[in-house]
Write a protein that binds this ligand. Structure first.
Ligand code: SF4
Length: 371
């Protein structure tokens, strides 16, 4: 039985028990009241581990089937590397459409937490009983809630606006469920672009919208809009978009239907991070994958309060310098004299960050304190 140590870390559990306050030498490390893996991520990670365990052995003891993962299970290097090493065949996201050419009888095919585009999911569901593989769907129920809302409004002819990062698998999965022959679909890549979209709505004219935003322009109905957001955005971005679009559609006497917005787990982590940010830490470390949207949002929150460093794991920290990801340039860089001589340091981690990486940071500070 596989027992991944990525979802349990004794140092992190001790920190939780201590109320998130960890004195280490001259520093006090502070963790928010909510951080790290959410329920949706835990479900996806456990389901993938279960799929590995369930592959029967052939007569010579080797696995009688492969476990194919359709893109990363979540956006975290530690977790994906762990599963690769355990035998999972991870298909890069741009290549997942070719999975049926690889799969064999007895294999498992796993849909990650963000989901996959609907046409591919439908092909896999139809092919599974014929080819004899099992399809394991770990897509999060919060993501599926958004798909249900999207499909329901698309079916009524509403123009669906999908607010999310264009290159994120969740956004692509949602877009695929927004298309019908009788409705239009607009992609809003970020809150920065909402003024342009709101002006288009108010004018009833898509002419000045960037081409990459127009997913399907036929049947555009500017008076009947349905708005959905990627689950891991910042709440204030969601509110900014909703306010601007509601005013624009109201000005033409139309209506804007909207989903509940970002998921509860993202909301809870943002709220808890904000509470911690307001306590006056000297600096913050945000731990997680540079590809993780919810982790990048935590960085944006914390950076308003104190110097904030986005790090992938404990190897980034040395007394002299810290290697961190710059969200503006999308590159890693070193910063010297980052470590305060004493005081409070906040440690933030999004829903995709495993306890092992958070615990690694806490242990690294113990090493730094020993000198
Ligand atoms: S962050 Fe939200 S949408 Fe993503 S897996 Fe967790 S609960 Fe689901």
């Amino acid at each position: 039985m596989l027992h991944p140590d990525i979802w349990h870390d004794a140092t992190v559990e001790a920190a939780r028990t201590a109320g998130g306050v960890v004195p280490v030498g001259p520093w006090t490390l502070h963790l928010p009241r909510v951080f790290g893996f959410c329920g949706g991520v835990m479900n996806a990670v456990r389901s993938l581990a279960g799929a590995l365990n369930d592959v029967p052995a052939s007569h010579d003891g080797t696995p009688a089937g492969q476990v194919w993962l359709l893109g990363e299970i979540i956006h975290n290097e530690t977790v994906n590397a762990w599963f690769r090493a355990a035998g999972v065949r991870l298909i890069p996201e741009p290549e997942i459409g070719g999975v049926l050419e690889r799969v064999r009888q007895g294999d498992r095919v796993v849909i990650p937490a963000f989901g996959i585009p609907l046409p591919l999911e439908e092909r896999l569901r139809a092919a599974a009983p014929i080819l004899g593989f099992s399809l394991i769907d770990t897509s999060c129920h919060d993501v599926r809630r958004i798909w249900d809302f999207t499909a329901q409004h698309a079916a009524t002819g509403a123009t669906v606006i999908v607010h999310g990062k264009p290159d994120h698998p969740e956004t692509r999965a949602t877009l695929s469920r927004a298309l019908t022959p009788a409705n239009a679909v607009i992609l809003l890549p970020g809150a920065e672009e909402v003024a342009t979209l709101a002006a288009a709505v108010a004018r009833g004219d898509a002419a000045r919208l960037p081409a990459e935003c127009i997913w399907q322009a036929e049947c555009l109905d500017w008076s009947n809009l349905a708005l959905v957001h990627q689950t891991t955005l910042l709440r204030e971005e969601v509110e900014q978009v909703e306010t601007a679009l509601a005013a624009a559609v109201l000005s033409r006497g139309g209506r804007l239907s909207r989903d509940a917005g970002i998921c509860r787990a993202t909301q809870d982590r943002q709220d808890a991070a904000l509470e911690l940010c307001r306590t006056g830490c000297a600096c913050f470390l945000v731990v997680g994958s540079f590809a993780s949207n919810n982790t990048a949002r935590l960085h944006r929150l914390a950076a308003r309060f104190a110097p904030t460093y986005f790090v992938s794991d404990a190897t980034a920290l040395s007394p002299q310098r810290i290697r961190h990801f710059d969200l503006e340039t999308r590159r890693q860089r070193d910063t010297r004299r980052w470590l305060p001589a004493s005081g409070a340091i906040g440690i933030l981690a999004g829903a995709s960050c495993p306890p092992s990486d958070i615990g690694g940071i806490l242990r690294r500070f113990q090493e730094l304190a020993r000198g």
